[in-house]
Write a protein that binds this ligand. Structure first.
Ligand code: FE2
Ligand code: FE2
Length: 340
C-alpha cells in the first residue's frame, strides 16, 4: 500500500515570469521535469495579479520586462506583509554584477544565470523550496496559537474580544512611539495571545462572579507562566514570550510572575500592560461592570511610574485624546466580524 494515504504529497508551485515566450517554455519544461507545477506570467503586472490570486511557493523573475520590470516586482513582493515570505529568484545575464546588486537591494533571495544550467536550476529551487516549507510550518504554528487564544477568550463571554482589543491598543501605542513593521506585528499578535494561559484556569475561577479568594487568586496568577509552557516549545513564538510572560509586571516590582522592576520589564510587555489595564477597566467583568473611561484614566494616572511606564502612559493618554477608543472598536469589528 502507498505510504502517502494519510499524508498527501505536496507539489510546490513555481511562477515563471518572463516576457519572452521561448524562455518561459524552456523553464517550464525543465521545472515540470523536476515535478513542480508551473505557472507563467508575461510581465510584472501579470505576475503580481497571479500572486494575489494564488500564492506560489517560488517566483522565477526576469529583470527586463514591459509594464513593470523584475526589480520592481521583487520590491513589491518583499514589501508585502505575507507574500514577502515567497522566495524570489532573479534571472540575470551571466556576470551582470550591477543587476545582481540591485536585485539584492530589492530583496531577491537568489539569482540564476542565463543560459540556464540544469543542475543549478535544480539545486537552487530545491534549497529555496525547503526553506519555504519550513517557513510555512512556522506560520502554521503561529496561526494555531492565535486560534487557541481566541478560543480561550470565547470561554469567557464577559471578556469577549478583550484579547483582540489589547492587541489593537498595543499596536497603536507602539506606532505612536515610532515602531513599525515586524515590531507592530509582535505587539498586535502578542496582545491577542497575552492571556492564552487562561486556557488552563478552571472555569469556576475564570467566571466567578465575586472576588477571588487568596488560593483562587494564586491559581489565576499562574496564567502567564502556563501560557509560556504552551508556546515555549514553538521556536517561532519566541518573539511573543515577553508580552505573554510579563504583561502583569509592575514598574515598582510588585507585579508577577518575576517581580521585574522598571526597564527590566521588556518594552513590549510595558506597552501591553497599559493596553490590558485600560481594556480590563473599561469593559464589563464577571465580578464588576465597566469602571467607565474617566475612572480608568484616573486609575492609570494614579499608577503612573509605579504600575505602568510613565512615558508610554503619556503616549497612551495622547492617543485617547485622538479618538483611539473609537478606532479600536471599529477595527475590532473588522477583525472579528462575528461580533457584527
Ligand atoms: Fe493577563
Ligand atoms: Fe488581559
Amino acid at each position: 500500500m502507498s505510504s502517502r494515504v494519510l499524508a498527501p504529497t505536496f507539489t510546490p508551485t513555481i511562477l515563471v515570469v518572463d516576457d519572452v515566450a521561448a524562455n518561459r517554455e524552456l523553464l517550464d519544461a525543465r521545472l515540470a521535469d523536476l515535478g513542480y507545477v508551473v505557472r507563467e506570467a508575461r510581465d510584472g503586472l501579470e505576475a503580481l495579479e497571479m500572486l494575489e490570486a494564488d500564492e506560489p511557493d517560488l517566483v522565477l523573475l526576469d529583470v527586463d520586462m514591459p509594464r513593470m520590470n523584475g526589480l520592481e516586482v521583487c520590491r513589491r513582493i518583499k514589501g508585502h506583509p505575507t507574500h514577502r515570505l515567497v522566495p524570489v529568484v532573479m534571472i540575470t545575464a551571466h556576470q551582470d554584477r550591477a543587476t545582481r546588486l540591485a536585485g539584492l537591494e530589492a530583496g531577491a533571495d537568489d539569482f540564476l544565470s542565463k543560459p540556464f544550467d540544469a543542475a543549478e536550476l535544480r539545486t537552487r529551487t530545491k534549497a529555496l523550496l525547503r526553506d519555504r516549507e519550513l517557513n510555512k510550518q512556522l506560520d502554521a504554528a503561529e496561526g494555531i496559537v492565535m486560534a487557541l487564544a481566541r478560543v480561550v477568550e470565547a470561554r469567557d463571554r464577559y471578556t469577549i474580544f478583550h484579547a483582540e482589543r489589547v492587541g489593537l491598543y498595543a499596536r497603536e501605542i507602539g506606532r505612536s512611539y515610532g515602531l513599525a513593521g515586524d515590531d507592530l506585528e509582535v505587539l498586535y499578535k502578542g496582545g491577542v495571545m497575552h492571556d492564552l494561559g487562561k486556557a488552563v484556569i478552571p472555569a469556576e475561577i475564570l467566571l466567578k462572579a465575586g472576588a477571588l479568594n487568596e488560593n483562587e487568586q494564586a491559581i489565576m496568577r499562574r496564567h502567564p507562566v502556563e501560557a509560556i509552557r504552551i508556546i515555549e516549545p514553538l521556536r517561532s513564538m519566541a518573539r511573543f514570550v515577553p508580552i505573554v510572560r510579563h504583561h502583569h509586571e509592575h514598574i515598582d516590582g510588585t507585579g508577577y510572575p518575576d517581580h521585574l522592576v522598571g526597564r527590566e520589564i521588556p518594552f513590549a510587555a510595558r506597552i501591553a500592560a497599559i493596553a490590558d489595564g485600560w481594556d480590563a477597566m473599561t469593559s464589563d467583568r464577571p465580578y464588576r461592570s465597566s469602571l467607565g473611561a474617566d475612572e480608568a484614566v484616573h486609575r492609570l494616572r494614579a499608577g503612573s511610574g509605579t504600575q505602568w511606564d510613565a512615558e508610554l502612559l503619556s503616549i497612551f493618554f495622547d492617543l485617547l485624546d485622538h479618538s483611539l477608543v473609537e478606532r479600536v472598536a471599529a477595527e475590532q469589528l473588522r477583525a472579528t466580524p462575528r461580533a457584527a
